[in-house]
Design a binder for this molecule. Structure first.
Ligand code: NAD
Length: 446
């Protein structure tokens, strides 16, 4: 006998369906399950599903494997493939699917539209559907207006995600703020209650404003990074030290020290695509957002300039030089390679005729298909063996902790070009290195 349609079942906010098991969806699902909710995690990618079913996280995030195992064993998290199963009895559905950039730099909303249609269709009476994916201003309102289901259509709430890869679980346990947007205030309050962790500052607003908070936040941080990188160029021209300058500027509480680290610029799955998407939205509405274009240009230039820095440190050209690149992931603590600076830098170096080897504590598997022909070595000491220059691209603590005297003995030359200003140049100079960094004076052997 056919069972009663699940869509009509009563539902409770104790049960949550998370759609998409990527960096956001998986960590959100695990975080909510850890908090005692009953979570169903829906994923369509077969390889990711398989790993999750074996209790293994398909992404690298500190602490994630342990919590995943715990919540799966406790039965608080179930991995599902079917939306009806996922939504049965669920009071809240969270779409955490990707919004990758199109070739024109707009946000591709097809995954969101599909997930939303599925959740709307399968939602029980009284359920709320939440968009966690980053979507351009006006999207939630447009999608809410365009849904077809009729009476009982679940309210749509926009709740942008601010977690940072590398500290995602901590960010979920202790969010700095919550932003919830939508027309239905009761639905917004339920979503705020789901994510709040006792006293989290919460801003309830309309969905378009919530969407702009997310784009505005990422774009502002990108502007800070590009600003400090331009200032670093002035430091190099004038002999000032960017670390001291950033410390002095950042000591002003109106500015803050965060995101004022000169280096190789921003990368990752969010900043590059969100800055471009916001610039696109601004251009569509008439006046362009000139500052964003400048931030994008500075960021691209920063990677090219760095390759020039490596070349001049090697005497003018990289051709036939052996260069060991330490760091592939776009930042420490993750294996995410999306828009990683390492991709551009390694490609530029290889195009200029350098022989490149590379290493990373966790990202080699993801990096290998993106950088064909580049020798990837898990052991950093093997990576630097015979190198004419050691180049730091990701500031992993593991690299700071290397035995740099041993590195010097293995390399053919004691030369470090530090794209993240993460090593102690004086100490390296004491060990006989020439040390070149960003916005600071180079150090030569004592
Ligand atoms: P991701 O690409 O890592 O993960 C998305 C997942 O959704 C994939 O595993 C995909 O297979 C799955 N998926 C797509 N359609 C589906 C469907 N219909 N049913 C089930 N699963 C489906 O993306 P991400 O990095 O987790 O980002 C998700 C969203 O969150 C993006 O909009 C992003 O901009 C935003 N965001 C990301 C971060 C971050 O640090 N990664 C931080 C804040 C916000």
């Amino acid at each position: 006998m056919p069972s009663a349609p699940l869509a009509l079942s009563t539902c409770s906010d104790q049960t949550v369906c998370v759609i998409g098991a990527g960096y956001v969806g998986l960590t959100t699902a695990v975080g909510l399950a850890e908090d005692g909710r009953q979570v169903r995690l829906l994923e369509i990618d077969e390889a990711r599903l398989q790993l999750l079913r074996e209790g293994r996280a398909p992404i690298h995030e500190p602490g994630l494997d342990e919590v995943l195992t715990r919540v799966l064993r406790a039965g608080h998290l179930e991995v599902v493939q079917d939306i009806t199963e996922g939504m049965a009895g669920a009071g809240i559905a969270i779409t955490a699917v990707g919004t990758p950039p199109t070739v024109d730099g707009e946000a591709d909303l097809r995954q969101v539209e599909r997930a939303l249609a599925q959740a709307t269709e399968a939602a029980g009476e009284g359920a709320v559907v939440v968009i966690k994916s980053t979507v351009p201003p006006g999207t939630t309102a447009r999608l809410a207006a365009g849904r077809r289901r009729g009476h009982g259509t679940p309210p749509l709430v926009m709740c942008p995600e601010f977690l940072r890869e590398g500290t995602a679980l901590e960010d979920l346990r202790r969010p700095a703020r919550l932003v919830v947007g939508g027309d239905d205030r009761q639905a917004c309050a339920r979503v705020a209650e789901l994510f709040s962790r006792g006293g989290t500052p919460t801003h309830i607003t309309d969905s378009t404003s919530a969407e702009l908070v997310k784009y505005g936040s990422n774009s502002f941080l990108a502007l800070k990074i590009s600003f400090i990188n331009e200032l670093a160029q002035l430091c190099e021209a004038t002999g000032a030290d960017i670390e001291s300058v950033a410390d002095g500027i950042g000591a002003d509480p109106r500015i803050g020290r965060g995101f004022l680290n000169a280096g190789l610029g921003y990368g990752g799955s969010c900043f590059p695509k969100d800055v471009r998407a916001l610039e696109n939205v601004a251009a569509y509405h008439g006046p362009s957002f000139w500052m964003l274009q400048a931030a994008i240009d500075v960021n691209a230039q920063q990677r090219r300039r760095f390759v020039g820095k490596v070349a001049s440190a090697l005497g003018g050209a990289v051709e036939d030089s052996r260069i060991a690149v330490l760091g592939l992931a776009f930042k420490p603590g993750t294996d995410d390679m999306r828009q990683a600076a390492s991709i551009d830098i390694i490609r530029y170096l290889a195009d200029l005729g350098a022989v490149v080897t590379a290493t990373d504590p966790v990202a080699i598997e993801r990096a290998t298909p993106l950088l064909p022909g580049i020798a990837m070595l898990a052991d950093p000491y093997a990576c630097v063996t015979g190198a004419d220059a050691v180049v730091i691209v990701t500031e992993w603590a593991e690299f700071r902790g290397l035995d740099w005297d041993r590195v010097g003995r293995l390399a053919s030359r004691r030369l470090v070009v530090d794209g993240r200003n993460c090593l102690d140049g004086r100490e390296l100079a004491r060990l006989g290195y020439t040390y070149v960094s960003v916005g600071r004076r180079s150090q030569t052997p004592d």
